[in-house]
Design a binder for this molecule. Structure first.
Ligand SMILES: Cc1cc2nc3c(=O)[nH]c(=O)nc-3n(C[C@H](O)[C@H](O)[C@H](O)COP(=O)(O)O)c2cc1C
Ligand SMILES: CCCCC(=O)C(=O)O
Length: 379
């Protein structure tokens, strides 16, 4: 891994080592991918203000997230099917996050279940909830997260219907995935390391939602499956119900609009994540960074504002913090590391971003996270 110097290097190795259908699932976005591209490009356009001859010998990346102290303002985002990128991927990613001193969020759509992860890590992790039609099942999921001592509930609110990902349809990324489609068989045959890993674990199907998957002989497109299982009627009034079951910290993920941010404050969420789901849902939505300043300006003193979308470097984290985010989630950046090298690859991704952030702070003349504001940006 010595020659891996940036997240793009991890992406290239991921692409070589993991079957195309799973790499594409990560790398792509919905429809024409305008929002996916805008996330990355709009971040890159933001320029820093270099400052010199400031004592930057004692830089400290530590910060608090929802009152707990972490090594840096970085969170591993919930990513569905992580365990198909690398065997037991969720356990490896969670361990890497905990070793680096940052939070890990387990998706409802994970391969390793809440209980699998809890049994294999030392500290609490966060749980991301998708609200399905079967409310008894949703209640049971929340109760499982409580039993596993999850320390925050991340309620994702931007996927009541799924934005189409063209590549997934072409690749046979159905529920379950069509591994035996001829072009996938030919491709998978060239990825022996991945095959060995996956055959070596019993965890190869969605671990949290057994009973809500198509029968063994049925195949459903992801959109048909989401339409049959997810609750499109979910609305603000349901949050009280979730609150009545979940006693802990609640984070609303998937906010792009100031009015919605105000609602999140009104219902008493502890945090919100400014997010367009990594350009995988509403194509044509603004980039996350475009809407961040106004949301922070409006609700930032009432609720903790987190950010995700397009972060591929520590420079990008600095840009989001400069525009008012308190912390950033990364999705693809750590999954590229996982697909490339498993747990050590996730550790590498976190390390790369942390070092880039530290250097960027130094070159902007800043020593601590709470000093970062728009003064680190060029006019
Ligand atoms: C492959 C993949 C799967 C995802 N699955 C979920 C999920 O299950 N739940 C969720 O809330 N967000 C999910 N997301 C969105 C991420 O949590 C996050 O918002 C997004 O990846 C941030 O953008 P970035 O990848 O540019 O960092 C997924 C993202 C990717 C790339
Ligand atoms: C059915 C949702 C799958 C996970 C997800 O959120 C995503 O692929 O973006």
């Amino acid at each position: 891994m010595k020659e891996i110097t940036c997240i793009e290097d991890l992406r290239q190795v991921h692409k070589r080592r993991v079957p195309k259908m799973f790499f594409d699932y990560v790398d792509h976005g919905s429809y024409a991918e305008e929002t996916l591209r805008a996330n990355v490009e709009d971040l890159k356009r933001i320029k820093f203000r270099q400052r010199i001859l400031v004592d930057i010998s004692k830089r400290d990346l530590s910060t608090t997230i929802l009152g707990d102290t972490y090594a840096m303002p970085l969170i591993l985002a919930p990513v569905g099917s992580t365990g198909m990128q690398h065997a037991d991927g969720e356990i490896h990613a969670c361990r890497a996050a905990q070793a680096a001193g940052i939070p890990y969020t387990l998706s409802t759509m994970s391969i390793c279940s809440i209980e699998d992860v809890a049994a294999n890590v030392d500290k609490p992790f966060w749980f991301q909830l998708y609200v399905m039609r079967d409310r008894g099942f949703v209640k049971a999921l929340i109760e499982r997260a409580i039993a596993a001592k999850c320390s925050a509930l991340v309620l994702t609110v931007d996927l009541q219907v799924i934005g189409q990902r063209h590549q997934d349809i072409k690749n046979g990324m159905t529920v379950p995935p069509q591994l035996f489609k001829l072009k996938n068989v030919l491709d998978i045959a060239t990825k022996p390391g991945w095959v060995k890993g996956i055959l070596g674990t019993p965890r190869r199907n969605f671990g949290n939602i057994a009973g809500h998957l198509p029968g063994s002989k049925d195949l459903e497109s992801v959109s048909a499956w989401v339409a049959s299982q997810f609750d499109a009627s979910l609305n603000w009034r349901d949050i009280d119900w979730i609150r009545s079951i979940w006693p802990g910290k609640l984070i609303i993920k998937g906010i792009l609009d100031v009015e919605d941010a105000r609602e999140a404050v009104k219902i008493g969420a502890e945090a919100l994540v400014v997010s367009n789901h990594g350009g995988r849902q509403l194509d044509g939505a603004p980039s996350s960074i475009q809407v961040l300043p106004e949301i922070v300006h409006t609700v930032g003193s009432h609720i903790e504002v987190m950010f995700d979308g397009g972060i591929r470097s520590g420079q990008d984290v600095m840009r989001a913090l400069a525009l008012g985010a308190r912390s950033c989630m990364i999705g693809r950046a750590y999954i590229y590391g996982l697909g490339a090298y498993g747990g050590p690859g996730v550790a590498k991704a976190i390390d790369i971003i942390g070092k880039e952030l530290s250097t960027t702070m130094g070159l902007c003349g800043v020593n601590s996270i709470h000093e970062i504001d728009e003064k680190v940006l060029a006019e």
